[in-house]
Design a protein around this ligand. Structure first.
Ligand SMILES: [Zn+2]
Length: 406
């Protein structure tokens, strides 16, 4: 008696469209064919016939591009006017359900990979690998000082070298993908100050050293000039925000900007805003915004390695799919139209350590694909006209339904 051979290979899916942005190129490729086997892209071609037996999905008129990668989100914050209060009112089970809704909203909006840079009590780690959600890389609760920025998320370290090393080690033991450290204060936490560093340079260095000893990257929330400088000096792999915030304005230290570029420290620009009527940034932000944007331009001109992380979740202008709005804003600071797409696809994937699987439409890559109406290089608003989203080969239900129906 013979046992029938059952192959693990399922039916192939072939996507056809009018244009393709592959995540790395400078121009669109016409008449693309993308063949998917399970969760993986196996063929990318132009003008070719689909393999026989494949299920062909014709997205005529659409452009395919890699699913978007957001390097800075907070699934635990619900994008309401008071995300900290809303989270405080949820127990872990309720918070987890809200995080699942946030992640689903991201996916419907074309965001197939997120890096969560601050949850509560490591809740985002349990969401990794779940079908129907984006691919999630997670920092757990940010490492912070006693009563420091986001202390209520559970990542407080004692202010000694042993204390910060222990906090980093706890994160390692819990299995985080990256260490997030709050190098300066932040507006979400009363009693902390964006213009002040939270850690001494020695403690920041100890945290980075401990993370690197365990093979993890560190990215530092850094608004204050001193926090940015200390982060670079400590060897942090990345910096978030990088606003050069001072007590009454914004600084523009040319040498530090050049150092950030020369050291290849990853700059996570906080970009992408959904216009919401009546939701203006607070006056302290509004007054500084033109200066912050000018600094982004200086960083770019200095040759800094930059990506567009959104800080999704922290308010109504930052829903969980808000990174689609980043390319338009990045173009406004003078970055080229294909490069701004790379900053939310291939470059974003590379800086979070997923450059081998994410951010490109190429054989061997995860089948994370966004199909939009129009040319996303010529017109960044095309990113909002979503035809379909595929996450690890699976079509996302209700793709493009990006706002809750009132
Ligand atoms: Zn953040």
């Amino acid at each position: 008696m013979t046992t029938p051979i059952v192959t693990e290979r399922g039916r192939l899916t072939a996507l056809r469209a009018t244009w393709l942005f592959d995540g790395t190129g400078a121009a669109l490729i016409p008449d693309p064919l993308v063949v998917i086997d399970g969760g993986t892209i196996v063929v990318v071609d132009s003008g070719a016939a689909a393999p026989s037996g494949a299920d062909v999905i014709d997205l005529g008129g659409a452009a395919l591009l890699p699913g978007l990668v957001d390097t800075h989100v907070h699934l635990a914050f619900d994008a309401s006017a008071d995300p900290v209060g809303a989270l405080a009112g949820r127990d872990d089970e309720q918070a987890t359900q809200a995080m699942i809704r946030a992640a689903q909203a991201a996916l419907r909006g074309g965001v197939t990979t997120v890096r969560d840079l601050g949850d509560r009590d490591y809740l985002s780690l349990g969401l990794r690998g779940r079908p129907g959600l984006p691919t999630i890389a997670a920092a757990g609760p940010p490492v912070t000082t006693p009563a420091g920025h986001c202390h209520y998320l559970g990542g407080v370290a004692e202010s000694t070298e042993a204390g910060v090393r222990a906090a980093v080690r706890e994160h390692v033991e819990r299995g985080v993908d990256v260490i997030k450290i709050m190098a300066s204060g932040g507006t979400l936490t009363p009693g902390t100050y964006q213009h002040l560093a939270q850690f001494t340079p020695e403690l920041l260095r100890a945290a980075v050293d401990e993370a690197h000893r365990h093979g993890l990257q560190v990215t530092a929330h850094a608004h204050a000039v001193a926090a940015i400088a200390d982060g670079v000096a400590a060897g942090a792999d990345g910096l978030e925000h990088v606003s050069f915030w001072t007590e009454d304005s914004v600084d523009s230290p040319a040498e530090l900007i050049q150092l950030i570029a020369d050291r290849r420290t990853i700059v996570g620009l906080t970009v992408g805003l959904v216009p919401v009527p009546g939701m203006e940034p607070p006056p302290v932000v509004r007054a500084r915004l033109p200066l912050i944007v000018a600094n982004m331009k200086r960083l770019y001109e200095a040759g800094a390695l930059m990506v567009g992380g959104s800080d999704a979740g922290i308010g109504p202008v930052k829903p969980h799919d808000v990174v689609r709005y980043a390319p338009a804003m990045l173009r406004d600071i003078g970055i080229g139209p294909a490069e701004v797409l790379r900053m939310v696809t291939s470059t974003a994937a590379a800086v979070i350590g997923l450059g081998h699987r994410k951010g490109r439409i190429a054989p061997g890559y995860d089948a994370d694909i966004l199909a939009v109406d129009g040319d996303p290089i010529a017109d960044p608003d095309a990113l909002h006209r979503i035809r379909a989203v595929y996450a690890r080969g699976a079509a996302v239900p209700e793709a493009g339904r990006t706002r809750p129906t009132p």
